[in-house]
Design a protein. Structure first.
Length: 262
């Protein structure tokens, strides 16, 4: 195999083949210079900032650019990574930003919004809807809303219509039944619940679509910071329920988006 064909085959796995073909055609026609093409491709498969390696091809593999997990990073590290991501993408998602790093990032970037309830920073310039249906994001109680908001923000920025339904836990089952029609209209449902974690099973029994259960760390001592809810959800008798990690609203919103595009 020649070096050229090996390079083309390897890079095509990282970059959308139509985009790669279009770039090569632009070089052949003279529309794009060789140096400009090399510049576009210089960050394969990632850009090394020293403190972070930014994966610029993640959007081509998963449909969304790399998401920045802010916890444990300094405000300047967050901004540095964010600036590189925004050079290649119209949208940006930062999760678990605190009340210092969140507003700092928005100020330094000069755009975006900080959502203090969930700790999300979002730059949402491309609002094209790519999902085939609606994603419902449901939470059992008001205390679960930070996790639910993270799932909602993630699903929205990935190009989905989201229907958010708050505070319909099983302690007042009539609230759940009141929203049954909205739930049956969804293509995927994310359910966030703490305490004993019963809501996803109840929702799963009412609908035919996939239900992604998110245990939250809400509850008293024996809830063990969400472990009780996690175990309850893992043991759900509703066959359409699957489970992500404790408080992982981002993961639930991400997977719900991928399902909604199928």
């Amino acid at each position: 195999m020649s070096t050229c064909s090996y390079f083309t085959g390897w890079y095509a796995g990282l970059m959308d083949q139509d985009q790669l073909r279009a770039l090569f055609e632009q070089v052949r026609s003279g529309e794009v210079s060789t140096d400009a093409a090399v510049s576009r491709m210089r960050h394969m498969p990632f850009e090394d900032l020293g403190y972070a390696k930014v994966d610029h091809h993640r959007a081509l593999r998963h449909g969304m650019p790399e998401v920045i997990f802010a916890k444990g990073k300094t405000p300047d590290q967050i901004v540095g990574i964010a600036e590189r991501v925004l050079e290649h993408s119209p949208n940006l998602l930062i999760t678990r930003a605190d009340r210092e790093s969140g507003p700092y990032a928005v100020q330094k970037l000069g755009l975006g919004e900080y959502m203090p309830l969930s700790g999300v920073v979002r730059v949402w310039r491309d609002r094209t809807v790519r999902g085939k249906g609606t994603i419902a994001v449901v939470c059992a109680g008001t205390s679960d809303m930070p996790v639910a908001e993270e799932a909602q923000a993630t699903a929205e920025i990935m190009g989905n219509a989201v229907d958010t339904i708050n505070d319909i836990g099983v302690a007042g089952i009539h609230r759940l039944m009141h929203n049954r029609e909205r739930l049956t209209e969804a293509r995927v449902i994310v359910v966030c619940a703490g305490m004993e974690g019963a809501l996803p099973s109840a929702v799963g029994g009412l609908v035919s679509c996939p239900v992604i259960a998110v245990p939250t760390s809400v509850g008293y001592g024996a809830s063990f910071n969400g472990l009780a809810a996690l175990l309850g959800m893992l043991n759900s008798c509703a066959s359409n329920v699957t489970v992500v990690n404790i408080d992982n609203g981002f993961g639930a919103g991400y997977v719900a988006s991928l399902i909604n595009r199928l």
